[in-house]
Design a protein. Structure first.
Length: 37
């Protein structure tokens, strides 16, 4: 595999991880919020 596509794949994996972290973070905050009401 040529280098540019390797880099692109690495980049999209990182973005995917970030999005998963964000979803997780939002779920945690939401559940905390709901528990306080």
């Amino acid at each position: 595999m040529p280098l540019p596509s390797l880099l692109a794949e690495e980049n999209s994996n990182q973005i995917q991880d970030l999005r998963n972290d964000l979803k997780h973070e939002i779920q945690i905050r939401f559940s905390i919020l709901v528990n306080h009401i």
